[in-house]
Design a protein around this ligand. Structure first.
Ligand code: SF4
Length: 635
C-alpha cells in the first residue's frame, strides 16, 4: 500500500484557539480524485491538529506517519514553513515530496529547494492522479494539467467525511474554477483559460447535507459568483432547500452585475453577506490593473443588496500602480459617503508570483518585499510614508482599526493546579497532549525545557514569574524553544517582574526565522519594519505604565477583593488591558463577565487569570473568532 500524507499549514497567529480558516479543501479534492485508484492510502492531516501544532511537534507527527509521498498545499503564508518542514522530514525519513497550491508558480524562485521532488502548477487533481499511477512522471519535476473534467464531476468532499465542518461551523463549496476577469494583481486565473462551472446536481446535495446538519454558514469559494450561467434558476433551487434561511450563505461578488431582482433571489436563497472587491475608485489605477469598474452600477448593485439586509464587506487596496494618497483617500471617501463604510478591509498591494503585475513590476516602478506576502513598499506615486498615511486616514474616516494587537489571554490559574506556580497548560489534539503555556515561575532543568520544545503548540506562551530574575536563563530558554520552533509566533508574559524586561536582548537571542510571515503581514502595525511575531506582555499591579513600544504591552493585574466597576476600568485606560484575578467566587465572576465585562469589552482589553473563566470569556465575547472544540480541549 502506497502511503500518501497531505498537509496544509495555517496562517500564523499570535492567539491560540482562534479559528484559522485552514480548511484543507485542496487536499480533500485530491483524495476524492484518486479514490478509485487501488493500492493507495491517502491521509489528510486534520485541520484541528495541523493548525495548532508547533514546528517540532508537526515534524514528529509527519515522520511517525511514515508516508511514501508527502504533499503540501502552499500559500504565501505557509511557503517558508512548508519548505522548512519538507527539508526536516526529508532528512529523517525519505518520502517523495510534492508541492501544489497558489504559491507554486514557475516564476517563484523561492520554491526551488532540493528537498522537493515535484511541483504542481495550477489545479492538482489530474497531475496528482498521474503521480500516483505513473512512476516515470515524477522525473518531469513539475507538471500542469487541466482538471476541469474531474472538478465538474466531483461531489463535495464533505459528503465523504474528509473535512471537519464543526470546527468552524462552516462548509466550503467550490462552484466554479477560473474567472472571466483578468485583474493583473490576481493569480486566481494563472492556470485557467476561462471559467468552468460545477453542475447543480453535484452542488445541491452538498448544500442539503450542510443545511441538514445545521451548519451555520456555507461559503461559496467563487471569486465572482454571479458570472455563473442560469444564476436565477440556481438560486431558486437553493431557496427551496434552505427554506427558512436557516443556514447563511456567503460569497464574493462583482456588485456591478447585481440588480434588484438578483438581490432578492440572493436573499431568498439565504445569502447573508458578500465580500465585494472595489479595490479603488481611481480610474487610472483601475485601468492599470485591468479592472474597469462602472461606479454608478457598482452603487446600484450594493444598494440593492443592502436593501435586502445582505451585509457587505468592501475591499480596498492601498498602493496600486497609478494610485496615490489622494486617489486612495477618495476611494475611502467614496465608500464612507455611500453608506458602505460599516465593514471595509484595506489590503496593502501584494505583488504575487505568477501574476501579470509581478511580471511588470519593474516597468511600473513597484518596490515590494521579496518575502511573502510580497507587500508593496513604495511606488512612483505612493511613498512609504503615504502607505502609513493611507491606513491612518482610512482608520479615522471609517472609525475602525485594521491592525489589532492580539487578544488578551494570559490565564494561568488552574482550579486543581499547584499553588506556588501555574504548571504547564496543556491541550489535547488528535489524541495527544501538547503544551500551549510553559510555566517559568520556577527555574526548571534545561533538559525538561528541551523535552517541552518538542511538544509546543502554535502559538505558545512562556509565563515568567516574579522570582525569575536571571535574564540569561530566560535567553537560554527562548533559544531552545525557538530553535525547535523557528516559525512559531509566541508571547512572553512577565508577571510582576522585579526589573523592566530588556526585550531587545531577548529578540537578539531567539531563533525565529526572519523575516517571519507576520513581520510582513503586520508590517503596517508600526511605522518601521521589524519584529511582529514575538509579543511581550507585562502584568503588574503597579500604578505606573512604563512598558511601551513595538510588540510590547502592559496589563494591569487586578487582584483587589472586589471586582472593578466601569469607573475603575475607565481609570485604567492608559494600560493595554486588565487581567481580572480577584479572590471572589466563580459565580460572582461569571455574573461580572455577563454584565459589566460584556459592556466594557468594546473599550477595554480584558482577560481572566482562571483558565476556565478565560475559556468562557473568549467564547462569550468572540464566538466567531475562536474554535470551541480547541478551547474545550485545553486542560
Ligand atoms: S481579482 Fe477577482 S475578479 Fe479579478 S481576476 Fe481575480 S478572481 Fe477574477
Amino acid at each position: 500500500m502506497l502511503k500518501v500524507l497531505l498537509v496544509q499549514l495555517p496562517i500564523p497567529r499570535l492567539n491560540f484557539c482562534q479559528v484559522t480558516g485552514n480548511i484543507p479543501m485542496g487536499a480533500a479534492c485530491l483524495k476524492e480524485a484518486v479514490s478509485d485508484v487501488p493500492g493507495i492510502d491517502v491521509e489528510i492531516l486534520p485541520e484541528s491538529v495541523v493548525s495548532y501544532l508547533g514546528d517540532q511537534a508537526l515534524t514528529d507527527l509527519i515522520c511517525q506517519n511514515q508516508p511514501d509521498i508527502l504533499g503540501f498545499s502552499v500559500f504565501s503564508w505557509n511557503l517558508d514553513r512548508s519548505l522548512y518542514l519538507a527539508e526536516k522530514v526529508k532528512k529523517n525519513h525519505l518520502p517523495r515530496i510534492v508541492l501544489g497550491g497558489p504559491e507554486i508558480t514557475p516564476d517563484n524562485t523561492r520554491v526551488r529547494s532540493s528537498s522537493i521532488d515535484f511541483r504542481v502548477y495550477g489545479e492538482g487533481e489530474a497531475v496528482f492522479r498521474r503521480l500516483l499511477t505513473e512512476k516515470a512522471y515524477w522525473d518531469a519535476g513539475s507538471g500542469s494539467e487541466s482538471a476541469a473534467a474531474i472538478f465538474q464531476n466531483a461531489l463535495s468532499p464533505y459528503l465523504s467525511g474528509l473535512l471537519e465542518p464543526e470546527l468552524e461551523d462552516i462548509v466550503l463549496v467550490e462552484t466554479q474554477r477560473g474567472c472571466p476577469y483578468r485583474c493583473t494583481f490576481c493569480y486566481y486565473n494563472k492556470s485557467q483559460k476561462g471559467a468552468c462551472f460545477k453542475d447543480e446536481s453535484y452542488l445541491l446535495p452538498a448544500f442539503e447535507w450542510a443545511i441538514g446538519r445545521g451548519i451555520g454558514e456555507i461559503y461559496l469559494l467563487d471569486p465572482s459568483l454571479n458570472v455563473r450561467p442560469r444564476m436565477a434558476s440556481f438560486l431558486k433551487k437553493i431557496a427551496l432547500i434552505n427554506r427558512d434561511r436557516r443556514t447563511g450563505f456567503y460569497s464574493e461578488i462583482r456588485a456591478e452585475k447585481v440588480n434588484e431582482r438578483l438581490a432578492n433571489l440572493f436573499y431568498e436563497a439565504g445569502f447573508t453577506g458578500f465580500e465585494v472587491g472595489l479595490q479603488s475608485t481611481n480610474p487610472k489605477a483601475l485601468a492599470l490593473v485591468s479592472r474597469p469598474t462602472d461606479l454608478e452600477r457598482f452603487l446600484k448593485g450594493t444598494e440593492a443588496l443592502l436593501k435586502k439586509g445582505i451585509s457587505l464587506s468592501i475591499d480596498l487596496i492601498a498602493g496600486l500602480p497609478g494610485d496615490d494618497i489622494h486617489g486612495f483617500m477618495q476611494s475611502v471617501d467614496f465608500v464612507a459617503s455611500h453608506g458602505l463604510g460599516e465593514d471595509v478591509q484595506v489590503f496593502p498591494l501584494s505583488v504575487l508570483p505568477g501574476t501579470a503585475l509581478r511580471r511588470d513590476a519593474q516597468k511600473l516602478g513597484l518596490r515590494f518585499d521579496p518575502h511573502p506576502p510580497y507587500t508593496i513598499i513604495e511606488t512612483p506615486e505612493f511613498s512609504k510614508e503615504d502607505l502609513m498615511l493611507a491606513y491612518d486616514y482610512a482608520e479615522t474616516r471609517l472609525d475602525t482599526v485594521f491592525f489589532h494587537m492580539p487578544d488578551l489571554d494570559v490565564a494561568f490559574r488552574k482550579a486543581d493546579g499547584p499553588k506556588t506556580h501555574p504548571g504547564d497548560i496543556r491541550v489535547r489534539l488528535g489524541g495527544r497532549r501538547y503544551v500551549m503555556k510553559v510555566d517559568l515561575f520556577l527555574r526548571r532543568p534545561i533538559s525538561e525545557i528541551w523535552r517541552l520544545s518538542l511538544r509546543l503548540t502554535q502559538p505558545y506562551q512562556v509565563l515568567v514569574g516574579p522570582e525569575m530574575t536571571d535574564p540569561n536563563y530566560l535567553v537560554d530558554i527562548l533559544e531552545i524553544l525557538t530553535s525547535a520552533n523557528p516559525f512559531v509566533p509566541f508571547e512572553v508574559v512577565f508577571f510582576e517582574p522585579q526589573e523592566k524586561p530588556r526585550t531587545s536582548g531577548l529578540l537578539e537571542a531567539i531563533h525565529l526565522r526572519r523575516p517571519h510571515f507576520l513581520d510582513g503581514d503586520l508590517r503596517y502595525l508600526y511605522p518601521d519594519p521589524g519584529n511582529r511575531a514575538a509579543l511581550f506582555t507585562l502584568i503588574s499591579s503597579q500604578r505606573r505604565v512604563n512598558f511601551k513600544g513595538e510588540m510590547k504591552r502592559q496589563v494591569f493585574w487586578w487582584r483587589e477583593g472586589r471586582l472593578p466597576d466601569e469607573k475603575d476600568l475607565d481609570l485604567m485606560e492608559e494600560w493595554d488591558g486588565v487581567l481580572i484575578d480577584s479572590p471572589v467566587s466563580r459565580e460572582t465572576l461569571i455574573r461580572w463577565q455577563d454584565s459589566i465585562g460584556r459592556k466594557a469589552d468594546e473599550d477595554h482589553l480584558l482577560g481572566f487569570a482562571d483558565i476556565d473563566l478565560q475559556k468562557r470569556w473568549l467564547l462569550l465575547v468572540n464566538p466567531d473568532m475562536y474554535a470551541a472544540p480547541i478551547i474545550n480541549a485545553i486542560r
